[in-house]
Design a binder for this molecule. Sequence first.
Ligand code: SF4
Length: 282
Amino acid sequence: MNKKTYVLHAEDHDRNIFDSKYVYPVVSRRAGGLSLGVNLNTNNACNWQCIYCEIPNLTRGGPEPIQVELLKDELNFWIDQIINSNFLKENTPPGTTFADVALSGNGEPTAAPEFLEVLEIIIASLKEHKLIDNIPVRLITNGSFISKKKECLNIFNRHHGEVWFKIDAADEDFIKLINQVNLDPNSMINNLKTCAETCHTVIQTCLLKINHQVPTNDFLKNYSKLIKPYEQLIKKIDLYSLARPSLQNNQDITIERLSLDELNHIKNILQKQLTIKIDVFP
Ligand code: SF4
């Protein structure tokens, strides 16, 4: 039997399927439905350069100035499409529902000077469409600028929003290898604490086979040790691996996707060291 292929499905996160600059719908496994993404990094620039990043032509840097009025029009257009037309039925697998508005994109969203203004626009648009507090706003972040965004975190908190905070490794050397950034794990964990003390925070951890080697017991022990003191503050951990091929040119490094069995095995190891809920996404 032929299986219908929908324009939007979890294996394809092409942000250019539709003709919008900032706002793009995707079907997201981790969000559990249709996620309306807001991309503030249309120039594909990020302050990190993760070896598994799926952004094409990724460069180092911050976003270009945002055309706020255009973003607002696109956001209102897409919310209207999702709730007042057959868009979901015609473009997504059966049963897909509107899951969230996600500040994510082709780089680190909190690097945009207009971040607060955009967040306020999203909240206003959700209010206008009577979706506020029903459809959560999520921030997908590497956490680097979070300590300067307390006002924004308070807004997320007021409207049951959530922050998905990236922690891929606990050792400085592995952070350097995986995220391609010089970062003291203590400063990363301080940013996590600031975030989690203010609003719902989920740790997002991408695990890989690097040069054919699965994460070692020492790697996992250090990861647990870093998170352990804060686990009461954190909602849960999402473990996942490469969903789509990396678009980075990783000279001298081979990266491969971990199988579901390998991810579950790692979850079992971590779950012996942490009481926090851990979910696995293949
Ligand atoms: S933080 Fe996100 S956008 Fe930036 S390089 Fe890493 S995966 Fe890509």
